[in-house]
Write a protein that binds this ligand. Structure first.
Ligand SMILES: Nc1ncnc2c1ncn2[C@@H]1O[C@H](COP(=O)(O)OP(=O)(O)OP(=O)(O)O)[C@@H](O)[C@H]1O
Length: 262
């Protein structure tokens, strides 16, 4: 089924998907997904449960490689470079394309080491003071520094759920990503922690390309500039968030945003 695009010129897309399909064993989860995702903005993936939002998100940092039965076809480019090519190291790719999951997943390490881990393995700091600076900057960018500056040696798991999610975002930031993928990052959080993460997403978009999967249409409307609506493994409609929510062109989008299904 062809996608309805609003009249949007996206020049120099940060992320470009062309005819992307994913199967799990003999089951096709998504097919024919083509999308141009702009830099320095938030793009929301919305749609009913099981429509393939997370599957498409995972094609952008090759997380489907970690699922034995998953097969990805089509092309995914970041800055024009094919990420599925054999010459791309998925570990390096996943530093460029960070990911935040539904449940905060700090490492069983101190707050400091949660952030320092990535820069250490990628050799991004030449000494202790440089590493300290990366840890501080990353925590500041994630809006967590003031809350943890005096307890960096305590376990990451000792923080509240919302703080843990900001810790995980700081961990992603610490390796200087270009793209940050967020798979329902607020679904385990209370409204206050959710509001903080949404504020943070709004700040981060100045510097990163952010793609967020969300079940909450209100959240998509609040945080994103572009929205892609998926249904039964198809990308149905893609365009500026305001246009998708006020003037959807496909009946399925209209039905979903007015709460008729999903
Ligand atoms: N690891 C997997 N193994 C087998 N099938 C999978 C796997 N992950 C997803 N699927 C299937 O692929 C389809 C799309 O799933 P996906 O999780 O991408 O949808 P979603 O829109 O993100 O759903 P939700 O909103 O419920 O998280 C579903 O039918 C799902 O059952």
């Amino acid at each position: 089924m062809s996608t309805v695009y609003h009249d949007t010129q996206i020049e120099n897309a940060k992320v470009a998907l062309d005819a992307v399909g994913v199967t799990y064993g003999s089951k096709t989860a998504v097919s024919g997904v083509s999308l141009r995702i702009p830099d320095r903005s938030v793009t929301a993936f919305i749609g009913p449960s099981g429509c393939g939002k997370s599957t498409v998100l995972r094609t952008i940092n090759r997380m489907n490689d970690t699922i034995d039965i998953a097969r990805v076809s089509g092309s995914v480019k970041i800055d024009g470079e094919e990420i599925n090519s054999k010459s791309v190291d998925p570990v390096v790719l996943r530093a460029r394309v960070g990911m935040v999951f539904q449940k905060p997943n700090p490492f069983p390490k101190s707050i400091y080491d949660n952030i320092a881990y990535g820069p250490r393995i990628h050799g991004l700091a030449s000494g202790k003071s440089e590493l300290d600076a990366i840890v501080e900057t990353s925590l500041k960018k994630a809006g967590l520094w003031n809350e943890v500056a005096d307890r960096l040696d305590q376990p990451g798991t000792s923080l509240s759920g919302g703080q843990q999610q900001r810790l995980v975002i700081a961990r992603a930031i610490a390796v200087s990503p270009e793209v940050i993928l967020m798979d329902e990052p607020c679904s385990a959080l209370d409204p206050i922690a959710t509001a903080k993460i949404e504020e943070l997403i709004d700040e981060l978009r100045e510097n990163y390309c952010i793609i967020i999967v969300t079940h909450s249409m209100a959240q998509a409307a609040r945080v994103s500039q572009m929205t892609a609506f998926f249904h039964l493994g198809d990308l149905v409609e893609y365009g500026p968030t305001e246009a998708i929510f006020t003037n959807p062109r496909d009946q399925r989008t209209q039905d979903y945003i007015t709460g008729r299904f999903g």
